[in-house]
Design a protein around this ligand. Structure first.
Ligand code: F6R
Length: 609
């Protein structure tokens, strides 16, 4: 997905912009560009990787200390230098970079064509650039007026950084439903769509709100509301570590992040469990409040949705209240009938996923309490939800989520335990046992990483050529199969499907041929025999059964190969089974020679529908 970086200060902007853009490469992009304001505004763009842009800049003497940059992920118009940002208005008055989508751009083209504007690219961004120029010239009230009138006129989502020819040494920014932060240090002011782009320079940031704008001067930032009135904002400190956004000796971010899981799981547990008691007071969720909920809805996308499927099993079993889990893209348009005494939980790493944000707003419109389980502090969902439980995964760079997923699982277990306890569905002894077992998870995850990695590496190279794979399990093992299957297909491009093991014989089993890879997960002792029968059905049709199971379940007779994980309580197995699943996907992808951190067509945070 597109990325924005801007800098205005004492130092040469080009270096900071190129460095910032390189930190945003992980979001996925197909072209890049920068604009530097020195005497004039100079623009350089290139299709493809950032090195192509660097090549173009090699012999240029760019001394300007104010500039904006962009990595584009094509939506309107093919990936090309012409469609790359920055875009300029017809007479070069306005230069702009943009993340997001302008929904009514066709209608705006007609309006602007009536005023003799011409268009040279296929992008909605060029339309946005010219509409700002149009209002700037029509009302002659300066940048903030032009930007605010534009915000009222356009529909869609956007984060923009703009330079006006007549306002040298200023960058103007605005946003609606697309992330953007503004950082500041003694050397200047920075803007970015994503924290890693500026983390090296400053951890002090402002969060700019929806439909707000700001002017970045060399040493200060002035914020405006939609009326054009100045508003005050506080600088906030980001806790993320700079090293968290670097590979630190690992070959890829994905394997680094997989290996960080013991630490981030521990950190997340420790932030909510104090003296053997769960404490959500930081987020304002009292036990009385939790006790009052009669229904829970979990809404999310992709892997976060899979956390929701896991959470549904644990929450319903522990709390005995109905839980419904739904994909945000479906929830938002299906006019859901929500129980007024319910709680809508939105799970999102980025806190910016467009469908999840829209689902949150739908729930709020219906007057239902909302809770975000979010990784990025200050993100849109975190700001708009009634309550927020942060996952402490730190910045996740690899497009495929691993460590954020694991911390989301932890927060959902904690929530289930706390609601069950508040509703008196579990007694003190069960509560204590659950927490006692939960704090052992980081060491068990570490055990899996230390003891299974080599074996998985071997088996992965054996299966790197396959075209199809299946993941099967029952109950929580089915829930985590969904994640295993998504992880494999998104990074390795191998077609894969997850099935509830008992469902396989209702059609899908006809796809099993000699040596089809079927990953079977069996951890839930109450349904162990049922799962084993399903695995036997597969094996007897020639399927290759790679089974993940805990020490105390016997799978010898059915597995072609087994990956044995430590024992834990039934509810917590997804935290352990997901680790070999992530490693399988990682090593298969690496042995295929693919770019595991940046799979084709994918973006880290999906801020468009
Ligand atoms: C898969 C993956 C995606 C995200 C999904 C939701 O590895 O990362 O499926 O889980 O796009 O993103 P967030 O959690 O940012 O809302």
């Amino acid at each position: 997905m597109c990325g924005i970086v801007g800098y205005n200060g004492k130092n040469k902007a080009v270096d900071i912009l190129m460095d910032g853009l390189s930190k945003l490469e992980y979001r996925g992009y197909d072209s890049a560009g920068i604009a530097i304001f020195d005497k004039d505004i100079e623009i350089y763009k290139a299709k493809g990787k950032l090195v192509n842009l660097s090549e173009k800049l090699k012999d240029k003497d760019l001394n300007g200390t104010c500039g904006i940059g962009h990595t584009r992920w094509a939506t309107h118009g093919e990936p090309s230098e012409n469609n790359a940002h920055p875009h300029i208005s017809n007479d070069g008055n306005v230069t702009l970079v943009h993340n997001g989508i302008i929904e009514n751009y066709q209608e705006l083209i007609l309006k602007l064509e009536n005023h003799k504007y011409k268009f040279y690219s296929e992008t909605d961004t060029e339309v946005l650039t010219n509409i700002i120029d149009y209002y700037y010239k029509k009302y002659k009230l300066g940048p903030i007026d032009a930007i605010n009138r534009t915000m009222v006129r356009v529909r869609g989502s956007y984060a923009i950084a703009v330079m006006f020819k007549e306002y040298p040494g200023e960058i103007w920014v605005a946003r609606k439903d697309s992330p953007m932060i503004i950082g500041q240090n003694k050397d200047g002011v920075y803007v970015a769509s994503d924290v890693p782009a500026i983390l090296k320079y400053t951890k002090n940031v402002y969060y700019i709100g929806n439909m707000e704008a700001a002017c970045l001067k060399k040493d200060k930032v002035i914020f405006y509301d939609l009326n054009g009135d100045v508003i005050q904002k506080e600088l906030k400190r980001i806790k993320w570590d700079v090293s968290a956004a670097e590979k630190e000796g690992y070959e890829h971010f994905m394997i680094k992040e997989i290996n960080e899981q013991p630490e981030v799981i521990k950190r997340t547990i420790n932030s909510y469990v104090l003296d053997n008691k769960i404490d959500f007071s930081k987020c304002g969720l009292t036990r009385d409040k939790l006790k009052s909920y009669k229904q829970i809805y979990i809404v999310a996308c992709g892997s976060a949705y899979h956390v929701g499927v896991c959470a549904q099993y644990v929450l319903e079993d522990l709390t005995r209240i109905p839980v419904r889990v739904e994909m945000a893209s479906e929830f938002r348009y299906r006019k859901p009938i929500l129980n007024k005494n319910g709680l809508v939980i939105i799970i999102s790493q980025s806190g910016e996923t467009a469908d999840s944000l829209a689902a949150l707003r739908e729930a709020k419109n219906q007057g239902i309490d909302t809770l975000g389980i979010i990784n990025v502090v200050g993100s849109s969902i975190a700001r708009e939800a009634d309550y927020v439980l942060y996952t402490l995964a730190g910045p996740e760079i690899s497009v495929a989520t691993t460590k954020a997923f694991s911390t989301q699982l932890i927060v959902s277990y904690l929530l289930a335990i706390e609601i069950a306890s508040a509703k008196r569905k579990i007694n003190k002894k069960v509560y204590n046992n659950l927490l006692k077992e939960m704090v052992l998870l980081p060491d068990k995850v570490q055990y899996i990483l230390d003891n299974l990695t080599k074996d998985i590496q071997r088996i992965a190279s054996k299966f790197s050529h396959i075209k199809d794979a299946f993941y099967i399990g029952r109950g929580l093992d089915y829930a985590i199969s969904l994640e295993g299957s998504l992880k494999l297909k998104e990074v390795s491009y191998i077609h894969s499907e997850a099935y509830a093991a008992g469902e396989l014989k209702h059609g899908t089993i006809s796809l099993i041929e000699d040596n089809t890879l079927v990953v079977g997960i069996v951890t839930q002792n109450n349904i162990y025999e049922k799962s084993i029968s399903n695995f036997v059905e597969v094996k007897s049709r020639g399927g290759y059964m790679l089974i993940i199971a805990p020490e105390d379940l016997n799978i010898n007779k059915v597995s072609n190969h087994s990956l044995i994980i430590p024992n834990t309580i039934n509810y917590f197995y997804p935290s352990l089974t997901v680790i070999p699943l992530q490693l399988i996907s990682y090593y298969i992808t690496v042995s295929k020679g693919l770019d595991v951190d940046k799979p084709r067509n994918l973006a880290k945070s999906v801020t468009v529908e």
